[in-house]
Design a protein around this ligand. Sequence first.
Ligand SMILES: [Zn+2]
Length: 309
Amino acid sequence: MSERLAAGPDLDLDIVRFGDGDGPAVSILGGVHGDELEGVLAAYRIADRLASTHVRGTVTVLPRANPPALAAGTRHGDGDANLARLFPGDPGGGLSDGIAHAIATALIEPCDLLIDLHSAGHRYRMPPMCGFGAGGTLGGRPMLDAARTTPFPYLWAHASVAPGRSVSHAEALGKPWAYFESGGGGALREADIGRYEQGVLRLLEIVGTLDPVSFAGPPPGRQVVVTGGDGNTDTGVLFTTAGVFVSSVKAGDAVATGQAIGAVYDDGGRKIETVRASSSGRVMMLRHHLRVAPGEVAAIVAGEDGRAA
Ligand SMILES: [Zn+2]
């Protein structure tokens, strides 16, 4: 059932609700960042799938969480506000504060599971991954076990989470949450969107809203589990110079402390900076767009869990 959620004087959010109301409530967000269309497209696919399936409880899908940013095609929305730093929002604040407040009150606070679909956007690349609150449980099992059923080759267990994200609000309320990341670089890949769809369906099975659904393929044989870091994409290995960036690793690669992950060149072709990993682990986010400036993030490296199966 389609509904409109008022997010401000001149802005409604289009949500779709499914289910018999007798069971857990799950909220699914796409398009919190306007250059991350994987989640938008996956959310529409999931809504299509749920429309012809019996859903126990309630599943609420918001494919386009940030209409101003999506209209502009940019990560940030109105006034260059990053919606993922504004939760739980403020009904008396700016447009983006109002969006955050509407989502927080209508979709996050009533839910038993929040799934927020992101991606690396125009400027970055990320390996296909499911991030989650390490302390959470879903359907009576640890979130790590739930995440292992998804088709993501990388799983990121967060012991803490930076404030302002949708998932931070869920965490503060003691609710389980997960977010997906992938691809990016300003391009869309079918494999990424398909993984999002299947990953959401898996988590809906575990929380009990869906009967086991047919799965396109088995989960990856080996899933890399990383820990450490709060998933704040504004921090990591930073550039100290301006120029063009040439990466020498891929998103998802294992790196050692001090290993070069790339270099910055000036317009005369001279190497002016070697960018090195400051810790060992997996490259969970890597700069894609070539022009870089001091203070911008080159990469995020998160420590690999030695117990990874
Ligand atoms: Zn995002």
